[in-house]
Each structure stands twice: as C-alpha cells, then as structure tokens.
Ligand binder design. Structure first.
Ligand code: PBG
Length: 358
C-alpha cells in the first residue's frame, strides 16, 4: 500500500504579520494541531471499556431453537451450519446450559412431520403437539427460563403460509381464529409469551382477548410488529421444513422492505391491541427501523437476527473470509446501539459462552 504523507491540520490564521514570540513556540502552541483529540479516549483498553456506550450481555439474548420428534427428521440443517434441530430432551439439556450462562429466554420453532401438515393446520391447535410437549418439559425442568412460542401457521400448513389459504388467497379473519386456538394451547402448556409472527391484521387484539377470557391474563404477547417480506428467512424455512411447500411469497401480509413509516403504524396498532413487547425483523438490514421504533414508542423493543443473517456470518467464517466471532459480536452490538432492548439470535449460546470467557 502507498503511504500517505501526513500533514498536520492547520487552524485558520488571522491575516497580518506574525508576532515574533509565536514564531518561536512549538507547533502545538501555535494551534497547528488539534486540541480535541478523539483518540485519547481510544488509546487504551481501559479507556475504551470506560467510555463504551453500549455493552452486550447474555441477558440481552433470546435463543431461538428448532425442535424435532425423537428419531424423526435429521438434526442437521444444511443452510444453518452449527445449528441443529433438537429433540425435546436435548432441548431441555441445551436450555439448562443456556440458563446457566445467563440467557433469559428461548423461542421455540417446530419441525413438523410431513404427514401432520394440512391446509386447515389442525396440528397447530393440538395440545399434544411438539411445541406444547416441549413447553411442558422446559417449564418443568428449567422454570427460570422464559419460553416464547411463535403463533403462526406455517410449520403446520401443507401450503407453507402463515395463514389459511383459499384459492391462493390468505384468509385474514379465519386465520386469526386458528391463531387464537394455537395461542391457547401454547399458553395452557405453560409458555410465558405468545409471539404472533403471522402478520394478520388484528391478531394481537384477538389473541389478547382469547387469553384473557381463558383466564390466562399473565401470559404476555410479543408481536412481530414490523416483519418484512425478506429473503433472509430462507434458511429458517429449511430448518422447519416449510420452504418446499411454500408457493410464491408472503408479500400480501409481510411488510414491503421499501417502507419505514408503515412500521411505526404497525407497531402503534399492535401496542393499542395489547402487545407487551414489539419486534422488528429481520435485524441488520432494518437497524433504521429499530432506531425509529425504539425512539418513538419507548416500549420493550426486540430485534431478530434472522436465519439468513446468521448463515451469512457463519458461512463466511467457515470459508475463512471473516473472523466469525468478531463479526458475531459486532453485529449484535449494532442492535443495542440502534436501540434494541433484546435480540433473538441463533448465536445466543455462543455469545454467552464467549462473554463468560471474557
Ligand atoms: C414464520 C416465521 C419465520 C421466521 C420466524 N417465524 C419465517 C417466515 O416468515 O417465513 C423467520 C426466522 C428466521 O429466518 O430466522 N412465521
């Protein structure tokens, strides 16, 4: 590389003759160099730590995990190296480990066996489904960990969509009825938070009413309020096995990546309907939305570092193209800087282990 010759920054000078005394003084005294030196606070590790505005802690993280039936479906997920589908008993052990590292909560997603997927999504409301069994096992074994369940029909839908489909159209209100049933079985199984990720209009209010009428007033709602129709969900659809069935895209219910004001409207509506927390998803391409939402509403704001973001970092690291650990930590710190209170990340356990090592 060519070395640039460094010229000290010169302060503007008054016109006129130079006083003799000044000519003799050091360049610094003449104002030839900057008085304000930003680098002083960056000079040592201790100053950098002292003036850091944001810090990542295990307590900021929510670990999304994929579940599978015993003996069924491969554990490996091709598009997400390093992430495995866990059986319920493996999940109990893994979540126990995460808890010891200080991770406060997990979000559960099921790989549903093909024969259980239908267009009416009956398995979503089965109180014995994989998710409900996992919730019961986790709340029995590691009750201190918050359990978040996704409310959306895609894992159970033979058509791969988050809502019911009729003649190629999503049925908003009919989907909400199934989503309420899904939220109820999850809440009765003992989950702490229901997280509707389906983006149907009005589902937060309907789920809140269904939970309250069933006496489940303490179960919270974290709405995927600003969820964009994103290419970054690709690996997730591989992980839960919904990608093959999905025809077309989710643009009639998920948000247009071109929009930002609309996200504020989505968040306002979900809060009015009773959401306790709101989420922005994906994460890194939408840091501007996280910032706007956190500044506008001052409510618990979550960011989801989605599967595609994970796989980009992991994939590049596996190829030796970037330092995966540093990229992981930097990407997550960016969410905190943008204003997120917590982050869903597939790196949660690795980050917590790394932070513990110091
Ligand atoms: C499904 C759902 C998706 C994700 C979370 N819940 C995918 C989708 O909307 O197609 C994405 C998570 C990820 O990519 O990590 N309702």
């Amino acid at each position: 590389m060519k070395k640039a010759k460094l010229e000290p920054l010169r302060a503007p000078r008054e016109a006129g003759p130079k006083p003799a005394a000044e000519a003799a003084a050091s360049p610094a005294a003449q104002g030839a160099y900057p008085r304000v030196r930003m680098r002083r606070n960056r000079a040592a590790d201790w100053t950098r730590r002292l003036v850091a505005e944001h810090r990542l802690a295990p307590e900021d993280l929510i670990w999304p995990l994929f579940l599978r039936e015993d003996g069924a479906a491969s554990a490996e997920i091709e598009a997400m190296p390093g992430v495995r589908r866990l059986t319920v008993s493996e999940a109990v052990d893994a979540v126990g480990h995460a808890s010891q590292l200080g991770v406060p909560a997990v979000a559960l997603f099921p790989y549903v066996e093909e024969h259980l997927k239908t267009a009416a999504c009956e398995e979503a409301v089965n109180p014995e489904n994989l998710i409900c069994r996992a919730v019961r096992a986790l709340k029995a074994a590691v009750p201190e960990v918050g359990v978040i369940c996704d409310a959306a029909l895609d894992p159970f839908n033979s058509l791969g969509h988050d809502g019911l489909v009729e003649e190629g159209r999503i049925l908003n209100d009919a989907s909400i009825e199934v989503l309420c049933g899904q939220a109820l079985v999850q809440a009765r199984a003992g989950c702490d938070i229901v997280a509707p990720s389906d983006m149907m209009d009005g589902r937060v209010g309907a789920i809140r009413s269904a939970l309250d009428e069933a006496g489940l007033t303490e179960v919270g709602i974290c709405s995927y309020a600003a969820k964009y129709a994103s290419a970054f969900y690709g690996p997730f659809r591989d992980a839960i096995g919904s990608g093959g069935a999905l025809k077309g895209d989710k643009k009639t219910y998920q948000m247009d990546p071109a929009n930002s004001d609309e996200a504020l409207r989505e968040v306002a509506l979900d809060l009015a309907e009773g959401a306790d927390m709101v989420m922005i998803k994906p994460g890194m391409p939408y840091l501007d939305i996280i910032r706007r939402v956190s500044e506008t509403f001052q409510v618990p704001t979550l960011a989801y570092q989605v599967s595609g973001e994970y796989s980009m970092i992991r994939g590049a690291a596996l190829n030796g193209w970037l330092d995966g650990e540093k990229a992981m930590l930097e990407s997550l710190l960016a969410f905190k800087r943008a204003g997120a209170d917590a982050i869903l990340t597939y790196f949660a356990v690795e980050v917590a282990e790394r932070l513990k090592r110091g």
